[in-house]
Design a protein around this ligand. Structure first.
Ligand code: GTP
Ligand code: MG
Length: 320
């Protein structure tokens, strides 16, 4: 059985009654990030006195190609799933290319470079990567999908200062734009339980994260067209799976249901059906820490079985 210990805090989940993504709330509540506004320190990077980073607005130019959105808090594993999926698809004969039009910043270009480097190694992508938009082309050169990774804190933050500043009560404008765009989408929603801030042991953050998904992100998802895949990642950290296989995905689902009751209740009731959502388990690999000559820590991973990315990809493309 999984570790079911809880370390309940006295805090209550944030009350997020409003569905944040109707047009009104997006335009009223969310400060627009554009080049005319002076940068706030927390949302910028300074390199040689030039402000770069979150000042430019990320955008997807092609409105037709299906987009895979990885949805999850910091450290839940979004970047590594993206890398793992890209490695798998490349071995299957697809061409993988970072999209240069997504974000016009030096930081984005650097992140893309890091992604390309890491695609050929078993060194984990470091945690500083923020945005990635990766295009997948088939053997005929036709673009078949875009994989999107965004900073985890834009989905949910555990940082007390950012929570106080209302970060968990707004949707970043670029995400609102992407979610309401015409591109067909598959949302891979990470049911985070075993990251550094363990949502398994922290019912406050777990419930707040679930509420945030249900109240802010689920309403604008077009379920006639789009698909949600609830993903129990890092399954190797549970008794249900290893890097080789998930031996007991039925029990893994029951376990996820215990911790994310509200999400399962919502997605299995009313208008929702199995065409619209799926449950999968995932593992990127077995990670170990190392230090380079300058004492900088980096992680190596032994790549997990192809079964994980193969099955995830099957679910992602099911409605396309
Ligand atoms: N055991 C195990 N650890 C994993 C797995 N995937 C990721 N991790 C660990 O989780 C860490 C964070 O993974 P990332 O992919 O960087 O997480 P992220 O969601 O992109 O985080 P942000 O970019 O900060 O939002 C990695 O550095 C690994 O240590 C997995 O399948 N199994
Ligand atoms: Mg990441």
């Amino acid at each position: 059985m999984p570790r079911l210990t809880t370390n309940e805090t006295s805090q209550q989940p944030v009350n997020v009654e409003a569905s944040a993504m109707n047009e009104e709330s997006v335009s009223n509540d969310i400060p627009q990030l554009n080049n005319e506004r002076m940068p706030q320190e927390s949302e910028t990077y300074e390199t040689n006195n030039i402000y770069i980073g979150r000042l430019a607005t990320p955008k997807i130019e092609n409105a037709k190609v299906p987009v895979v959105v990885f949805f999850g808090p910091p450290s839940s594993g979004k970047s590594m799933i993206l890398v793992r999926l890209a490695k798998f698809l490349r071995n299957e004969g697809y061409t993988i290319q970072t999209d240069p039009t997504f974000l016009n910043t030096k930081k984005y270009q650097e992140d893309c470079q890091k992604f390309n480097d890491k695609l050929n190694t078993n060194i984990a992508l470091d945690g500083s990567v923020e945005f990635l938009l990766v295009n997948i082309y088939d053997k005929n050169g036709k673009e078949i999908a875009k994989l999107l990774e965004a900073p985890g804190e834009d989905f949910y933050t555990t940082d007390p200062e950012k929570i106080r500043a209302g970060k968990n009560q707004r949707v970043e404008p670029y995400l609102a734009t992407i979610m309401t765009s015409n591109n067909p989408k598959s949302y891979v929603v990470l049911l985070d339980l075993d990251s550094e801030v363990s949502f398994r042991n922290d019912s406050y953050h777990r419930d707040s994260y679930a509420q945030r998904f249900l109240n802010y992100f689920l309403p604008p998802i077009n379920l006639k067209r789009d698909r949600i895949i609830l993903l129990y990642n890092k399954i190797d950290k549970t008794p249900f799976g290893t890097i080789n296989e998930c031996q007991n995905s039925k029990e893994a689902k029951e376990d996820a249901k215990i911790f994310y009751k509200q999400i399962f209740a919502k997605l299995t009731g009313g208008f929702f059906n199995l065409e619209q959502f799926a449950f999968k388990t995932f593992c990127t690999g077995m990670f170990s820490s190392h230090f380079d000559d300058s004492g900088e820590e980096y992680q190596i991973y032994n790549v997990a079985s192809d079964t994980y990315p193969r099955e995830l990809w099957q679910e992602i493309v099911k409605k396309w």
